[in-house]
Structure formats: C-alpha cells, structure tokens
Design a protein around this ligand. Structure first.
Ligand SMILES: [Zn+2]
Length: 163
C-alpha cells in the first residue's frame, strides 16, 4: 500500500540531514508504520505501554539535565549523565513540539547495560510509540529499556520510580 501523504512528510523529515545529521530511521528498510507496529506488539507483549516507558524515562531525564554533565544516581543501580548540546530540535511528526538537543546516557551498573536517549526520544516514545529505526545509534530497543527501567510485567521496582 502506498503511504499516505502525511506519513510521507514525516518520513521526509526523518531523513538524514533534515532535522538532524543521522535522521531517525537508521538503515531500517521497513516502512515507518511497520516499525511502529512491530514495537507496539513488542511493548504490549511485555505487559507495559509506551506511556509507562516514557513516564519512567522523564524523571531520569529531568534529574540528569539538572546536573549538567555530572553523573547522578537515579534509583537502584542506575546512573545517568546528561551531555548538553546547543539548540532545539522539532518533533518529526510535525506536532509543533520543540525539544532541547543533548543526550542522556543511562547505565545499569549491575547489568552492565546502557542506553542513550534524548529529550526528543522520550517524546517520540510517549506520544508516538516510536523507538527509531534500526540499526541506528539512536534506536532504543523496547525490551532493553523495559529491563533497565524495571517495567516488565507492569511491576515497578520495589523501591519505587526514581526521583
Ligand atoms: Zn511529536
């Protein structure tokens, strides 16, 4: 099926060099709705939601951003550090959202895993269920996120969400 003009515009904005150097789709050969559907099924199968994942990421982002590059404990074995960048980036879905550039590296010291995300990634997950294409530096695997954020089976960590 031919993608709608609306989807085509979103895909154009996601191309490398339009809103950001790397774009949002990486080397993924799947169509955008296919990427979103696949991640939707994955998240549903884990018993959580995009909203829950974004809601768990947001306080980590806020806390890391408030510490300007100093690594900060964000609950359990999680350590977050924000690397600031100049300027803002609009949401490629064209909803008028404009978010600060910069990235958070979130590491789970116990598991030895880490993820890299941006203020825009949190918006893309929460509002659009979009984890970016793969392979790409910016792709966020929903199962890895759910593990690090302790969201599988809808049970939150026993010590509660990070503050
Ligand atoms: Zn948006």
């Amino acid at each position: 099926m031919k993608p709608s003009p609306q989807i085509q515009r979103v895909v154009e904005r996601m191309s490398p060099g339009v809103l950001c150097r790397d774009g949002f789709l990486g080397l993924d050969t799947r169509a955008l709705p296919e990427i979103i559907d696949a991640d939707d099924s994955l998240v549903a199968a884990m018993g959580c939601s995009h909203g829950q994942i974004a809601a768990a990421m947001r306080p980590i982002l806020d806390k890391a951003m408030a510490c300007y590059g100093t690594p900060v404990k964000v609950g359990g074995d999680l350590l977050a550090v924000y690397r600031e960048a100049m300027g803002r980036i609009p949401c490629p879905f064209g909803d008028g959202e404009l978010l600060p550039k910069g990235e958070v590296e979130l590491s789970d010291e116990r598991r030895g895993q880490s993820v890299l995300f941006t203020p825009l990634s949190v918006h893309l997950i929460g509002e659009h269920g979009f984890y970016q294409g793969r392979p790409s530096r910016w792709r966020l695997e929903p199962d890895l996120l759910a593990d690090i954020l302790n969201l599988r089976d809808t049970r939150l960590a026993s010590d509660g969400p990070p503050r």
